[in-house]
Design a protein around this ligand. Structure first.
Ligand code: FE2
Ligand code: FE2
Length: 278
């Protein structure tokens, strides 16, 4: 089975992020995939998100397509009274309409291979202990004049810790619900499951904001379940491929294209679409 995964298209951030979309579609079509996975951060705008999903649905990519939202997707910018839970439901409905499987709502099984997923969140477990930063300071999401934008636009009910643990529990439930009927499980999250995948610079405020990359619990779930062979994720805009125990950790982001990539958009798109054979 050939799986293609990519994340962090952020089509609304720069003109290049929009221009690269057809090249991502072409790369996915050419790869002759059996499963295509988008690991979140398409756009905070629902109409734009629907348009992107539709581009893939109307392409020659004739395989099941899975989606987990990213933090930017659940942002509530236009309608501040709407919660991120409500927006997640709206995204799941858009997925259904666009023939994408919303992985956060239920697992997906193809030929005995299980796919489980969640957006995931952060509980500050990736914060560096040496800085002695308090829970309250992390919760403020601000340091030295910089702000983590979830502060303004992510509107979950509950603290970050509660939200992170809620999504971890969702993932655990999905895994438990299919593990007796599959031979292998692929996990997809938007947030980062392993601290080993978090890039620290040894200085603030960078290392402060690294606490918003993900949660340790997501990775512990992946390492504890022997059927899980791959953990796919996004959120950090750096490509990653690491072996952590029996789990291959893969991040395949487009990221913010502020400058044209030296190799050109088609090659960049093909490089950022990770394809794996299992
Ligand atoms: Fe992103
Ligand atoms: Fe993100």
């Amino acid at each position: 089975m050939k799986i293609g995964v990519i994340s962090d298209l952020h089509t609304d951030v720069t003109p290049l992020n929009k221009q690269i979309l057809p090249y991502i579609v072409q790369a996915a079509e050419k790869a002759e995939l059996n499963i295509f996975i988008l690991a979140g951060d398409l756009s905070p705008n629902l109409l734009e998100l629907a348009k992107i999903l539709t581009v893939f649905t109307e392409s020659n990519l004739n395989c099941p397509k899975l989606f987990v939202p990213g933090n930017h997707d659940i942002w509530v910018i236009e309608h501040p009274s709407v919660t991120s839970e409500k927006k997640s439901q709206a995204i799941a409905e858009i997925c259904r309409a666009c023939n994408f499987h919303a992985l956060g709502t239920a697992p997906f099984v193809l030929n005995g291979i299980g796919f489980c997923g969640t957006i995931g969140w952060y509980d500050y477990s990736f914060g560096r202990k040496k800085y002695n930063i308090s829970e309250e300071k992390y919760a403020s999401k601000q340091m030295l004049g910089s702000v983590w934008n979830d502060l303004h636009y992510a509107k979950w009910s509950g603290t970050d810790r509660e939200v992170a643990h809620r999504f971890e529990a969702d993932l655990r439930r999905q895994i438990d619900s299919i593990k007796d009927s599959v031979s292998q499980i692929i996990v997809t999250t938007h947030h980062v499951p392993f601290q080993e995948s978090v890039h620290y610079r040894g200085r603030l405020p960078w290392d402060f904001f690294s606490a918003f990359m993900g949660s340790r619990g997501l990775g512990e779930i992946c390492l504890k379940e022997p059927l899980i062979t791959h953990a796919l994720f996004g959120h950090t805009h750096m490509p990653i491929r690491q072996q952590l125990g029996d789990v291959t950790a893969i991040c395949s982001p487009v990221g913010y294209l502020r400058e044209p990539p030296a190799q050109g958009l088609p090659s960049y798109a093909a490089e950022r679409l990770t394809c794996l054979e299992i």
